[in-house]
Design a protein around this ligand. Structure first.
Ligand SMILES: CC(C)(COP(=O)(O)OP(=O)(O)OC[C@H]1O[C@@H](n2cnc3c(N)ncnc32)[C@H](O)[C@@H]1OP(=O)(O)O)[C@@H](O)C(=O)NCCC(=O)NCCS
Length: 179
Protein backbone atom coordinates (compact mmCIF):
# COMPACT_ATOMS: atom_id res chain seq x y z
CA UNK A 1 0.00 0.00 0.00
CA UNK A 2 2.74 2.39 1.06
CA UNK A 3 4.82 1.72 -2.12
CA UNK A 4 1.80 2.36 -4.30
CA UNK A 5 1.10 5.64 -2.54
CA UNK A 6 4.74 6.72 -2.80
CA UNK A 7 4.62 6.09 -6.56
CA UNK A 8 1.54 8.28 -6.90
CA UNK A 9 3.13 10.92 -4.73
CA UNK A 10 6.35 10.96 -6.75
CA UNK A 11 4.53 11.29 -10.04
CA UNK A 12 1.74 13.62 -9.10
CA UNK A 13 2.46 15.65 -6.01
CA UNK A 14 3.43 19.27 -6.48
CA UNK A 15 3.38 21.80 -3.66
CA UNK A 16 -0.11 22.95 -4.58
CA UNK A 17 -1.42 19.39 -4.39
CA UNK A 18 -0.04 18.61 -0.97
CA UNK A 19 -3.12 19.85 0.89
CA UNK A 20 -5.13 17.27 -1.03
CA UNK A 21 -2.68 14.43 -0.37
CA UNK A 22 -2.36 15.42 3.27
CA UNK A 23 -6.11 14.91 3.62
CA UNK A 24 -6.50 11.80 1.49
CA UNK A 25 -3.20 9.95 2.02
CA UNK A 26 -1.69 11.51 5.17
CA UNK A 27 0.64 8.54 5.71
CA UNK A 28 2.24 9.06 2.28
CA UNK A 29 3.71 12.44 3.24
CA UNK A 30 6.78 13.10 5.37
CA UNK A 31 6.89 15.47 8.32
CA UNK A 32 8.66 18.07 6.17
CA UNK A 33 6.01 17.76 3.43
CA UNK A 34 3.34 18.55 6.00
CA UNK A 35 5.00 21.65 7.45
CA UNK A 36 3.43 24.91 6.39
CA UNK A 37 4.73 28.44 6.17
CA UNK A 38 2.47 31.27 7.28
CA UNK A 39 2.89 35.00 7.67
CA UNK A 40 4.59 36.03 10.92
CA UNK A 41 2.59 38.21 13.33
CA UNK A 42 3.56 40.18 16.43
CA UNK A 43 2.20 37.34 18.55
CA UNK A 44 4.97 35.13 17.13
CA UNK A 45 7.76 37.44 18.25
CA UNK A 46 8.50 35.84 21.65
CA UNK A 47 9.07 32.45 19.99
CA UNK A 48 10.95 34.00 17.07
CA UNK A 49 13.17 36.03 19.41
CA UNK A 50 13.99 32.93 21.43
CA UNK A 51 15.31 31.19 18.31
CA UNK A 52 17.01 34.37 17.07
CA UNK A 53 18.93 34.77 20.35
CA UNK A 54 19.98 31.11 20.40
CA UNK A 55 21.10 31.11 16.76
CA UNK A 56 23.12 34.29 16.40
CA UNK A 57 25.94 35.83 18.45
CA UNK A 58 24.60 39.22 17.30
CA UNK A 59 20.83 38.67 17.14
CA UNK A 60 18.35 41.16 15.69
CA UNK A 61 16.37 43.21 18.23
CA UNK A 62 12.63 42.69 18.32
CA UNK A 63 12.34 46.22 16.87
CA UNK A 64 14.01 45.07 13.66
CA UNK A 65 11.31 42.43 13.15
CA UNK A 66 8.64 45.08 13.90
CA UNK A 67 10.24 47.42 11.33
CA UNK A 68 10.15 44.54 8.81
CA UNK A 69 6.39 44.22 9.43
CA UNK A 70 5.92 47.99 9.06
CA UNK A 71 7.71 48.27 5.72
CA UNK A 72 5.92 45.21 4.38
CA UNK A 73 8.78 42.77 4.04
CA UNK A 74 7.81 39.12 3.65
CA UNK A 75 7.98 37.75 7.20
CA UNK A 76 7.22 34.03 7.45
CA UNK A 77 7.22 31.35 10.13
CA UNK A 78 7.37 27.61 9.66
CA UNK A 79 5.07 26.02 12.18
CA UNK A 80 4.11 22.56 13.36
CA UNK A 81 1.13 22.10 15.68
CA UNK A 82 1.39 25.70 16.84
CA UNK A 83 5.13 25.47 17.53
CA UNK A 84 7.42 27.76 15.55
CA UNK A 85 10.34 25.77 14.12
CA UNK A 86 11.89 28.51 12.02
CA UNK A 87 11.34 31.80 10.22
CA UNK A 88 12.58 33.82 7.30
CA UNK A 89 12.43 37.40 6.09
CA UNK A 90 12.52 38.41 2.43
CA UNK A 91 12.34 41.77 0.67
CA UNK A 92 11.21 42.17 -2.90
CA UNK A 93 11.61 45.07 -5.29
CA UNK A 94 12.82 46.13 -8.74
CA UNK A 95 13.14 42.57 -9.94
CA UNK A 96 15.26 41.53 -6.97
CA UNK A 97 14.46 39.40 -3.94
CA UNK A 98 16.72 39.58 -0.90
CA UNK A 99 16.77 37.09 1.95
CA UNK A 100 17.49 39.03 5.14
CA UNK A 101 17.15 36.23 7.66
CA UNK A 102 16.60 32.48 7.61
CA UNK A 103 16.75 30.65 10.89
CA UNK A 104 15.74 27.24 12.24
CA UNK A 105 15.46 26.41 15.95
CA UNK A 106 18.75 24.73 16.98
CA UNK A 107 17.04 21.49 18.01
CA UNK A 108 15.28 21.29 14.63
CA UNK A 109 18.27 21.93 12.38
CA UNK A 110 19.53 19.37 9.89
CA UNK A 111 16.10 17.95 9.10
CA UNK A 112 15.25 19.86 5.93
CA UNK A 113 13.37 22.81 7.44
CA UNK A 114 15.87 25.43 6.22
CA UNK A 115 15.72 23.95 2.72
CA UNK A 116 11.92 23.90 2.85
CA UNK A 117 11.73 27.57 3.85
CA UNK A 118 14.27 28.63 1.23
CA UNK A 119 12.50 26.65 -1.52
CA UNK A 120 9.22 28.34 -0.53
CA UNK A 121 10.87 31.77 -0.70
CA UNK A 122 12.31 30.94 -4.12
CA UNK A 123 8.86 29.89 -5.37
CA UNK A 124 7.27 33.08 -4.04
CA UNK A 125 10.04 35.27 -5.46
CA UNK A 126 9.81 33.72 -8.93
CA UNK A 127 6.53 35.55 -9.53
CA UNK A 128 8.08 38.97 -9.02
CA UNK A 129 11.87 38.83 -9.19
CA UNK A 130 14.59 37.74 -11.58
CA UNK A 131 17.37 37.29 -9.04
CA UNK A 132 17.53 36.40 -5.36
CA UNK A 133 20.40 37.71 -3.24
CA UNK A 134 21.64 36.99 0.27
CA UNK A 135 24.69 37.47 2.46
CA UNK A 136 26.32 34.94 4.75
CA UNK A 137 29.23 34.88 7.15
CA UNK A 138 32.25 32.90 5.84
CA UNK A 139 32.25 31.28 9.31
CA UNK A 140 28.81 29.71 8.66
CA UNK A 141 29.52 26.54 6.63
CA UNK A 142 26.05 25.06 7.24
CA UNK A 143 24.24 28.01 5.68
CA UNK A 144 26.78 28.16 2.82
CA UNK A 145 26.19 24.45 2.12
CA UNK A 146 22.42 25.01 2.02
CA UNK A 147 22.67 27.96 -0.39
CA UNK A 148 25.07 26.13 -2.71
CA UNK A 149 22.78 23.09 -2.77
CA UNK A 150 19.92 25.37 -3.79
CA UNK A 151 21.98 26.64 -6.73
CA UNK A 152 23.16 29.98 -5.38
CA UNK A 153 26.45 31.28 -6.80
CA UNK A 154 29.02 33.30 -4.93
CA UNK A 155 29.16 36.77 -6.51
CA UNK A 156 31.43 38.76 -4.21
CA UNK A 157 32.10 39.95 -0.69
CA UNK A 158 30.96 42.88 1.41
CA UNK A 159 33.89 44.03 3.53
CA UNK A 160 33.24 44.29 7.26
CA UNK A 161 29.50 43.70 6.81
CA UNK A 162 28.85 41.87 10.08
CA UNK A 163 29.74 42.66 13.68
CA UNK A 164 32.10 40.03 15.12
CA UNK A 165 33.84 39.24 18.40
CA UNK A 166 37.07 40.63 16.97
CA UNK A 167 35.69 43.70 15.20
CA UNK A 168 33.94 43.03 11.89
CA UNK A 169 33.50 40.03 9.58
CA UNK A 170 33.08 40.14 5.78
CA UNK A 171 29.94 38.81 4.13
CA UNK A 172 29.97 36.44 1.18
CA UNK A 173 27.29 37.55 -1.29
CA UNK A 174 25.30 34.87 -3.09
CA UNK A 175 22.86 35.18 -5.98
CA UNK A 176 20.39 32.82 -7.58
CA UNK A 177 18.92 33.44 -11.03
CA UNK A 178 15.18 32.82 -10.79
CA UNK A 179 14.24 32.95 -14.47
C1 LIG B 1 21.46 27.56 8.10
C2 LIG B 1 20.13 26.93 8.50
C3 LIG B 1 18.99 27.91 8.20
C4 LIG B 1 19.93 25.65 7.69
O1 LIG B 1 18.69 25.08 8.05
P1 LIG B 1 18.58 23.51 8.39
O2 LIG B 1 17.15 23.22 8.59
O3 LIG B 1 19.52 23.18 9.47
O4 LIG B 1 19.13 22.89 7.02
P2 LIG B 1 18.51 21.66 6.22
O5 LIG B 1 18.35 20.52 7.14
O6 LIG B 1 17.31 22.12 5.47
O7 LIG B 1 19.69 21.35 5.22
C5 LIG B 1 19.63 21.74 3.87
C6 LIG B 1 20.86 21.27 3.15
O8 LIG B 1 22.00 21.98 3.63
C7 LIG B 1 22.97 21.08 4.13
N1 LIG B 1 23.44 21.54 5.42
C8 LIG B 1 22.71 22.14 6.39
N2 LIG B 1 23.50 22.38 7.46
C9 LIG B 1 24.73 21.88 7.16
C10 LIG B 1 25.97 21.81 7.85
N3 LIG B 1 26.10 22.31 9.09
N4 LIG B 1 27.04 21.26 7.22
C11 LIG B 1 26.92 20.78 5.96
N5 LIG B 1 25.75 20.79 5.25
C12 LIG B 1 24.70 21.35 5.85
C13 LIG B 1 22.29 19.77 4.35
O9 LIG B 1 23.15 18.69 4.10
C14 LIG B 1 21.10 19.79 3.44
O10 LIG B 1 21.38 19.19 2.21
P3 LIG B 1 20.28 18.25 1.50
O11 LIG B 1 18.99 19.06 1.50
O12 LIG B 1 20.82 18.04 0.15
O13 LIG B 1 20.18 17.05 2.37
C15 LIG B 1 20.13 26.55 10.01
O14 LIG B 1 21.20 25.69 10.27
C16 LIG B 1 20.17 27.73 10.96
O15 LIG B 1 19.14 28.26 11.34
N6 LIG B 1 21.38 28.15 11.37
C17 LIG B 1 21.52 29.26 12.33
C18 LIG B 1 21.07 30.56 11.73
C19 LIG B 1 21.83 30.86 10.48
O16 LIG B 1 23.05 30.72 10.42
N7 LIG B 1 21.10 31.31 9.44
C20 LIG B 1 21.68 31.67 8.14
C21 LIG B 1 22.20 33.04 8.17
S1 LIG B 1 22.92 33.48 6.61
Amino acid sequence: MRGWMDKIKNVLVYDADKEFYARVFPESLSRIDLLRLRIMTRADLPAVMEIERKNYPFPWDEDIFIDCFKVGYGCWVCEENGLILGYCIMTMGVGEAHILNVSVAPEEQGQGIGRKMMESMIEKAKNEAETMFLEVRPSNPGAIALYKKLGFNEIGTRKGYYPAESGREDAIMFALELL
